[in-house]
Design a protein around this ligand. Structure first.
Ligand code: 2AM
Length: 174
C-alpha cells in the first residue's frame, strides 16, 4: 500500500504569545475575509508542496545543516494582495532572514527538490478572501520578536479546517 504524500513547507513559527496578540489586533479591525487561526500564524520561508513521506528524513537533515544567526524581525505594515490575502509585512526585512531563505532554497534545489523560483516576500498571513484593506488604522502595527528557530511544517485537513503542524524545529546559531 502506498502512503499519501504530505503537503510541506518551511516557515518561521510565530511565538504563541505574539500570535494571540496579533490575532486580537486583527480581530479588532473588524469583520473581513477568512481569518487564519492564531495557532496557524507563521511566515513561510519555502513552500515545498506535495512531497513523498520518504523524503522527510532528508528534509530534516538538510535543515539541520544550515548555519545561520538568530535575528530580530518587525512587522510594521498591513497590506493586501490581489486575491484578497491580508498580511503583515516588514518595511525592512532583515538581511539574516533573506539569507536564511536563500540558503534553504539553494540546498533544496541542489538536492533535487522542485521549489518555485519566485521572489521572497516575507509576510504573515492574517486572513484570506479579504475584499478590502481595513481602513482607519489609528496606530500602525508594530509586532517584533527575536527569531531563534525555523520549522518544517505539514499542512493537514482537520475537522473541516487546516492545521499546520511542526514536524521538526531547527535552531538558528552562527
Ligand atoms: P500564504 O500564506 O501566502 O498563502 C501553507 O499553505 C503556507 O504555504 C502558507 O503560508 C502559504 O502562503 C504558503 N503557500 C501555499 N501555497 C503556496 C505556493 N503555491 N507557493 C508559495 N507558497 C505557498
Amino acid at each position: 500500500m502506498t502512503t499519501p504524500p504530505l503537503r510541506l513547507f518551511f516557515a518561521l513559527p510565530c511565538p504563541p504569545d505574539l500570535a494571540s496578540r496579533v490575532a486580537s489586533w486583527r480581530d479588532a479591525l473588524g469583520t473581513f475575509g477568512r481569518p487564519v487561526a492564531a495557532e496557524n500564524l507563521h511566515i513561510t520561508l519555502v513552500f515545498l508542496g506535495s512531497q513523498p513521506r520518504g523524503r522527510l528524513a532528508e528534509l530534516k537533515a538538510l535543515a539541520e545543516e544550515i548555519v545561520a544567526p538568530a535575528f530580530a524581525l518587525t512587522f510594521d505594515r498591513l497590506e493586501r494582495w490581489h486575491g484578497g490575502l491580508l498580511h503583515l509585512a516588514s518595511s525592512r526585512p532583515p538581511d539574516a532572514l533573506i539569507a536564511l531563505e536563500h540558503s534553504l532554497r539553494e540546498r533544496l534545489l541542489s538536492q533535487g527538490f522542485d521549489v518555485e523560483d519566485r521572489r521572497f516576500h516575507p509576510h504573515l498571513t492574517l486572513a484570506r478572501h479579504c475584499r478590502a484593506l481595513p481602513g482607519g488604522l489609528a496606530v500602525a502595527p508594530s509586532f517584533s520578536w527575536q527569531v531563534e528557530s525555523f520549522a518544517l511544517y505539514v499542512s493537514e485537513n482537520h475537522q473541516g479546517g487546516t492545521r499546520y503542524k511542526a514536524l521538526s524545529r531547527h535552531h538558528l546559531r552562527g
